[in-house]
Design a binder for this molecule. Structure first.
Ligand SMILES: Nc1ncnc2c1ncn2[C@@H]1O[C@H](COP(=O)(O)OP(=O)(O)OP(=O)(O)O)[C@@H](O)[C@H]1O
Ligand SMILES: [Mg+2]
Length: 387
């Protein structure tokens, strides 16, 4: 059994690093070997622990390790060579418009290197838990949509997923008029493809991974959290909880009276909006949560008697349903707006576009040769009926 993975994300400055670090302390205290990694290029994990942390896991206590990922270290020759080849392909004419667009939305290959680290730690099974302190929401969403975007695109251009590399070469001419990549490129594409598929399957498996949303009780943070939740569900990532951090309690006096009432309204909205998720409420602390001792104290306040490694919600974001002879694809998108939602079928793939985010669904066989005939979007649930 590999490690449990917890990923904390949210708007800039809401407390992702503090809560991720504090969670890691709490798990390590329970005698589980824990690694907390920062994937934010602007690392601040070291600041939270009050000690320097490098690109290699550093032991902080008996069971606690921390690592600040260095993109430069991660991109090895294998990646550079591949990057060069793919760049060549992007510029080749004859790619269909969707793949061109898909390519345009691909984040840098740099970001993928962080996923490589995650895969490595997952495979090595050295840790019981991996806690990810990620970059602010927008960046982590790019990171999380990367494996899927690239896998989809590779499926189109390199049919390596279905055929052994040896077989691909003769087939290549019939599927593409692009230049034939040499063996080495084929091998690297094949391993990259497998890598990304595996990473996506790890991150979307709710038995292994959990995504947790961190926010502050203010309007802007709430809006961003709702948006992030929708996009994460669109990509099939398991979100189980919301952490409302920096809540002013009564001891903050009359100066904060207005803020307290404002925060109260936001918290009510959070309770009403994220009904399937566990909501953790974290007070504004009197001192910055810096250093092991304060981070441990903070975790006692956050988790009280719950185990941070538990999964707090097991709701499935996508379901394939067969009912009264009808085939229905049901997708939970709680805060999506109908006017921003587009659904189309392209060559047997169901494409759902929401604002700038697009998800391509590989349909199960019974659905694959059916077309969407009707879509209903009621109370945040999208039902797509397939003929
Ligand atoms: N509950 C809290 N009470 C008091 N201070 C807090 C609390 N949570 C976090 N802080 C402080 O708020 C600041 C921002 O927190 P932190 O760095 O954890 O946020 P972040 O979301 O990781 O930020 P970034 O987006 O820059 O990575 C830090 O100074 C941290 O010590
Ligand atoms: Mg941070």
């Amino acid at each position: 059994m590999g490690p449990r993975i917890l990923l904390y994300t949210g708007k800039g400055g809401v407390g992702k690093t503090s809560i991720a670090a504090s969670t890691a302390c709490s798990i390590a205290k329970r005698k589980k070997k824990t690694l907390v990694i920062s994937t934010d290029p602007a690392h601040s994990l070291g600041d939270a622990f009050g000690t320097e942390i490098g690109p290699k896991p550093k032991q902080l206590t008996e069971n606690l390790y921390a690592q600040e990922i260095s993109v430069n270290e991660a991109i090895n020759t294998h990646w550079n060579e591949l990057k060069g080849y793919l760049t060549g392909l992007f510029q080749t004419e004859g790619l269909d418009p969707i793949s061109a667009e898909e390519i345009a939305t691909l984040p840098g290959f740099d970001e993928a290197s962080q996923l490589l680290y995650l895969r490595q730690h997952y495979d090595e099974k050295k840790y019981d838990a991996i806690i990810i302190d990620s970059a602010p929401t927008g960046e982590s969403l790019k990171l999380l949509s990367f494996p899927e975007a690239l896998t989809w695109y590779m499926d189109k251009i390199f049919p390596v997923g279905r055929l052994a590399a040896k077989l691909v070469r003769p087939v290549w001419n019939t599927v593409s008029n692009l230049s034939i990549p040499d063996d080495e490129v084929f091998r690297s594409v094949e391993s990259l493809y497998d890598y990304l598929r595996k990473i996506r399957s790890i991150l979307t498996d709710s038995k292994i991974s959990t995504i947790r949303l961190v926010m502050n009780p203010d309007k802007m943070s709430l809006s961003e959290t709702k948006r992030a939740f929708t996009y994460l569900l669109l990509y099939g990532y398991p979100v189980d909880s919301v952490f409302v951090n920096k809540i002013y309690d009564e001891t903050t006096g009359s100066f904060f009276k207005g803020w307290r009432s404002n925060q109260g309204e936001i918290i009510k909205d959070v309770n009403d909006s994220f009904t399937d998720l566990k909501i953790f409420k974290v007070p504004m602390l009197k001192e910055e949560p810096i250093g092991l001792e304060r981070l441990e104290d903070m975790s006692d306040l956050i988790y009280t008697d719950t185990d941070p490694l538990d999964t707090f919600s097991k709701e499935k974001s996508i379901q394939f349903i067969k009912k009264d002879g009808k085939y229905i694809i049901r997708l939970k998108l709680p805060f999506a707006e109908k006017k921003n939602l587009e659904i189309f079928n392209k060559g047997g793939e169901l494409i759902i576009q929401l604002g700038n985010w697009k998800r391509v669904f590989y349909l199960p066989t019974v659905f694959s040769d059916r077309n969407p005939v009707k879509a209903e979007f009621i109370n945040g649930v999208l039902d797509i009926e397939m003929e």
